[in-house]
Design a protein around this ligand. Structure first.
Ligand code: ADP
Ligand code: ASP
Ligand code: MG
Length: 420
């Protein structure tokens, strides 16, 4: 008998019929003798609908008093899901009980809309499991120390599931979704993308952080920190397929590197269009430029991603960086009102129509020339690179958003992933 955590995403929970299907699948696992904890997301589209309602009535500036209410609203999607799934399980003849984040409780910090899980008290859940119940816990939500409801950021149900699995030392955490595993790139953008049987934890971490939304990055971080056995698989296989077959399907996130296995140099391609670029032009070139600009941005609690400082001409230089698109206007205002006058810069320009495309692979550690293959493939397509950043196992470029799909497809081919 094992303790298993299942997570079902929005599409998998997308209708009452699908919820009944989820219940049948979970019941199959429970009847095979496993203790089952299930973490569902809101039904697909529901979180967007709820946040849309909030947007209609809310001021644009997201103060903590605004974001607190956003979480109060957004978390309800998951509450409906757990109730429905618990009812569906009962209709299947199972004993089942649902809990909101605060009832478990799943404790988080108070960063509304992007809270971090701090601890999970598993006593109540364990008691239910011991009594033979299936426990259904809301994804995405938690509670801070003052009993305010928080949410974990978009896609956060993945993190809820892995954190519950870690806290309960579950034998495995299975992330059921609308694709049958982790692919070499988003299969909805590149039809030639191939499913990976395994992907190393480090590669998954990079892919998630660089835009592959199949797993929220924090769920991967949790899995790594607590060594949670983690698998991504399809919720659209027939619910009654043999458990042994289901348990081997999809993509396993691995923690050990297999020395003997021939590593692909590049395992996957990630992309995101969530960023915007800002350039402070004509900054007098003296020590303290980066601090003078980025210090102000950091004080405003804005995260910076790619950074580029050019060589100077006539004692002046340009300084570019990217931020999340949601922070673009705020950053632009800040640069214009504070940074330009204080640093004696000439102007600020911005561009929201950019995207970041990245190649990821632990094989890059031991292979030279990977980045140049990337640059050649992009140049062959006539795509101009605006910024580049590298680390040991990834290279990212910032390009014009309109070339995103072309770039991803070209790179997928250039690194032999079409044929993998
Ligand atoms: P869920 O609602 O189940 O959490 P998400 O929409 O959050 O599902 O994540 C699954 C989606 O992630 C897929 O439908 C796919 O379009 C996208 N995706 C992006 N990159 C990848 C990748 N490398 N492999 C698989 N899916 C990916
Ligand atoms: N329902 C939340 C969202 O849409 C959380 C999740 O689906 O993981 O972002
Ligand atoms: Mg998701």
């Amino acid at each position: 008998m094992a303790l298993i955590v299942h997570k079902y995403g929005g599409t998998s929970m997308g209708s009452t019929e699908r919820i009944r299907n989820v219940a049948k699948r979970v019941a199959k696992w429970a009847r095979a003798g496993h203790q089952m904890v299930v973490v569902p997301s809101a039904m697909s589209g529901e979180t967007n609908r709820l946040l849309g309602l909030a947007k209609d009535v809310s001021p644009a500036v997201q103060t903590p008093s605004v974001t607190r209410e956003l979480d109060m609203i957004a978390c309800t999607g998951e509450q409906v899901s757990v109730g429905l799934l618990s009812l569906a399980l009962q209709a299947e003849g199972m004993e089942a009980v649902s809990y909101s984040g605060w009832q478990v409780p799943i404790r988080t910090d108070s960063s509304y809309t992007k809270a971090r899980i701090q601890s999970i008290d598993d006593a109540r859940v364990r008691a239910d499991l011991a009594a033979g119940r299936v426990v259904v816990i809301t994804g995405f939500q938690g509670v801070d120390e003052d009993m305010n409801i928080t949410t974990l950021g978009r896609g956060g149900s993945d993190t809820s599931a892995v954190a519950v699995a870690a806290a309960m030392k579950a034998d495995e955490c299975l992330i059921y979704t609308d694709v049958d595993g982790v692919y070499t790139t988003d299969p909805r953008v590149v039809p030639e993308a191939k499913r990976l049987n395994t992907v190393s934890f480090e590669e998954m971490l990079e892919m998630a952080s660089l835009g592959s939304k199949v797993l929220q990055i924090r769920s991967v971080e949790f899995a790594g920190k607590y060594r949670v056995p983690l698998r991504v698989l399809s919720s659209f296989t027939p619910w009654d397929i043999a458990i042994e077959e289901e348990a081997k399907s999809g993509t396993l996130i691995t923690f050990e590197e297999d020395e003997k296995m021939e590593q692909a140099v590049v395992s996957g391609i990630a992309f995101n269009r969530d960023e915007a670029k800002l350039t402070v032009m004509g900054v007098p070139d003296r020590p303290g430029i980066a601090y003078g600009i980025l210090g102000k941005v950091a004080e405003a609690n804005i995260d910076v991603d790619v950074i580029l400082q050019n060589v100077s001409h006539d004692g002046k230089t340009d300084f570019s960086f990217t931020v999340h698109r949601n922070d673009y206007q705020r950053t632009l205002d800040l640069l214009k009102s504070q940074v330009v006058p204080e640093m004696g810069a000439e102007a600020v320009i911005g561009d929201t129509k950019i995207c970041k495309v990245s190649i990821v692979g632990i094989g890059m550690r031991s292979h030279a020339g990977v980045a140049s293959t990337m640059f050649r493939a992009l140049s062959d397509e006539g795509i101009n690179i605006q910024m580049i950043t590298t680390s040991e196992i990834k290279t990212s470029v910032v390009i014009d958003e309109k070339y995103m799909e072309l770039a991803v497809r070209a790179l997928h081919k250039a690194f032999g992933l079409d044929a993998a």
